[in-house]
Ligand binder design. Structure first.
Ligand SMILES: [Zn+2]
Length: 238
């Protein structure tokens, strides 16, 4: 009889232990899936938050042209190498972009690929020092007048902002009429980019037409600029 009672107790303890374990495991599973869900929602909330805060809008609309220069010490926030393919021979520095444009740029390149268009990064961030070296070398080779016609003086290149990138294609022949340049011109605004130096706008931008140079300005500004066929200078004046 005593043995019988002891056996029953042992069985009850085992059952209780089993029930406790089952409950513990299911709570554990819930905790894991909850943390996954909250991670995802954080990602969703973070995407394109740049279009929403005033501080970010101000920084993504930074104007650099022959009348507006950057200080030597200016470096972009959160410099990072985006997860895209680059053309051969691109320096490590030129692969970097301001953190704010990395995701939109990756999305643009991925979306192009879905349409059968292969876009390659060619030149993004250039430091003041790099621009200074490039400019000085050109002056040595061709003199100041010709250097000024083709190379921005240090502090006057938009590439120092990290908000722009020159795109190319596999043949490194990125001109109007190629399917890559045409796709970029028609679609980059969807990701917050503009063709910064459009055709026929040199009198406003100070730079000849460059179908390869895209500049991040955020989705709403990009759409307005695309719809109205204007430049960043005109957008900021409106
Ligand atoms: Zn450029």
């Amino acid at each position: 009889m005593r043995n019988g009672l002891r056996n029953i107790l042992v069985v009850i303890i085992i059952i209780c232990g089993f029930l406790y374990l089952t409950k513990y495991i299911s709570t554990f599973k819930e905790t894991i899936s909850d943390s996954n869900i909250s991670d995802q929602s954080v990602n969703v909330n973070n995407s394109y938050k740049d279009d929403e805060t005033n501080k970010d809008i101000k920084s993504q609309l930074l104007l650099v042209n022959e009348d507006h220069s950057l200080e030597q010490a200016y470096t972009p926030k959160d410099l990072t190498i985006p997860n895209i393919k680059f053309a051969s021979g691109v320096s490590n520095e030129e692969k970097h972009v301001a953190g704010i444009i990395a995701k939109p740029l990756e999305q643009l390149v991925a979306e192009a690929k879905k349409d059968g268009i292969i876009l390659l990064g060619n030149s993004a961030y250039r430091s003041y020092k790099t621009q200074e070296n490039t400019y000085n070398n050109r002056v040595l080779l061709q003199g100041e007048k010709l250097a000024d016609a083709y190379v921005a003086r240090p502090g006057y290149s938009e590439h120092q902002t990290g908000l722009c990138i020159d795109i190319t294609n596999q043949g490194k022949y990125f001109v109007k009429g190629t399917k890559e340049a045409d796709w970029l011109a028609e679609n980059c605004y969807r990701f917050g980019f503009i063709i910064r130096y459009p055709y026929g706008k040199k009198n406003i931008t100070g730079i000849e037409y460059e179908p390869w140079h895209i500049r991040y300005v955020g989705k709403s500004a990009a759409k307005y600029i695309y719809d109205n066929k204007i430049t960043l200078e005109e957008y900021l004046r409106k």
